[in-house]
Structures are given as C-alpha cells and as structure tokens.
Design a protein around this ligand. Structure first.
Ligand code: SF4
Length: 76
C-alpha cells in the first residue's frame, strides 16, 4: 500500500505532478494548486492510501520532481 501526502498550501502550481502522474493529481481551476485525488485534508496535509502499487513509480517521480518538496510517498 502507498500513503501519499501533499502539503497543499505550499504548492506553487508548477503542474509537474499532474504531468507525471495524472492518475493522482489535478490542477485546481479555483486556486491553481495541485489536488491530490481522493485525499482527505487533515490540517492542510492531504493524504490518500492507495492499494495499487503500480502507481508507486509515477508518484515517486512527482515526489522527486516537485520543486516545493511537498509530496511525500511512503510504501507500507
Ligand atoms: S509538483 Fe509540487 S509545486 Fe508543482 S504543482 Fe505539484 S505539488 Fe504543486
């Protein structure tokens, strides 16, 4: 299982995460920041658990390439 966290307030809206992992991220038309799909917001940390390990690689790419370093991916 993957646990992905996005500290959304610090997103600068560069669009990188959506480019590498469109299954997981969408840019909001409202505020221009990334939306972590199906995530729950807990005090600004948006978290989602995913049971599809095939999404590990694209999420690691997003984590590595995010210029704000606000995406964290954990494998459990
Ligand atoms: S890569 Fe990071 S800074 Fe860029 S849109 Fe995604 S979450 Fe925001």
């Amino acid at each position: 299982m993957l646990i992905i966290t996005l500290q959304r307030a610090k997103c600068i809206g560069c669009n990188y995460c959506q480019e590498v992992a469109p299954e997981q991220y969408r840019m909001s038309k409202k505020d221009g920041k990334a939306v972590l799909l199906h995530a729950r917001d807990r005090n600004g940390f948006h978290t989602v658990k995913i049971h599809d390990d095939e999404l590990l690689e694209v999420n690691l790419k997003a984590e590595e390439g995010c210029p704000s370093k606000i995406i964290k991916v954990k494998l459990q």
